[in-house]
Design a protein around this ligand. Structure first.
Ligand code: ADP
Length: 210
């Protein structure tokens, strides 16, 4: 099973790139943020545990996220391979993932300035049901408030506020940059400039996916 890992600060476009690769390559995108938001929507015990950490822009505890990922990877619908969007975010998560065998592994770090990412996040809209990503200015849904893909409610994410965004950036620098170095050390990391329109960034990324 092939594994592609997407890294990028909040607003870097990693979710959008994951969606495009899924569409073109038959890989299945696994977004831990989406999985956690679904748990919260459903009011599950795991969702309740995660909710406060997420709203504040902090990380959900490793054991909880690692268990959700183990469960997701245990399903037999992964197609040609899978894309990890938002996981691993800590060294403990990276080590847990490395313990799961893969036939090939590629990591991509999508790099943008904080200023550009913040601007994107504050105009970002997300489907509450399927996680599809829109932008008020550059890519609004065809019908205001409704998802083009599933018809679900399109809205601002609870953690796309100035304060939570600031915290998410801090956490990314402290906890996730060392994880990127871990993959650089394994010689599977590519760094891509994520500034500019999504189509342009995708041109640079798609050649990296086998
Ligand atoms: P972004 O990359 O824009 O912050 P995500 O949807 O990937 O958005 O994640 C949203 C939130 O979900 C994170 O701020 C964090 O609270 C939680 N989360 C997602 N993935 C993980 C993970 N691998 N480990 C811990 N918390 C996570």
């Amino acid at each position: 099973m092939k594994r592609l890992i997407l890294f990028g600060a909040p607003g870097s476009g990693k979710g959008t790139m994951g969606d495009l690769i899924q569409r073109d390559r038959g890989y299945v995108k696994i977004s831990t943020g989406d999985i956690l938001r679904t748990e919260i929507e459903q009011g599950s015990a795991d969702g309740l545990k995660a909710k406060g950490f997420m709203a504040a822009g902090g990380l959900v505890p490793d054991e909880l996220v690692m268990e959700l990922v183990r469960r997701r990877l245990g399903r037999d619908d992964l197609g040609a391979g899978y894309i990890m969007d938002g996981y691993p975010r800590t060294l403990a998560q990276a080590k847990a993932l490395s313990a799961i065998p893969s036939s090939s592994e590629q990591a991509v770090s999508i790099e943008v300035t904080e200023a550009e990412a913040v601007e994107r996040l504050l105009s970002r809209l997300t489907c509450r049901d399927c996680g599809a990503i829109y932008n008020q200015k550059t890519k609004p849904p065809k019908v205001a408030g409704a998802c083009d893909i599933c018809g679900g409610v399109v809205e601002r994410r609870a953690d796309d506020t100035a304060e939570a965004v600031r915290r998410r950036f801090q956490v990314y620098a402290e906890r996730t940059l060392p994880v990127i170095e871990y993959y650089a050390g394994r010689h599977v990391l590519a760094r891509v400039d994520g500034s500019g329109p999504a189509a342009l960034v995708y041109e640079k990324i798609k050649g990296l996916v086998s």
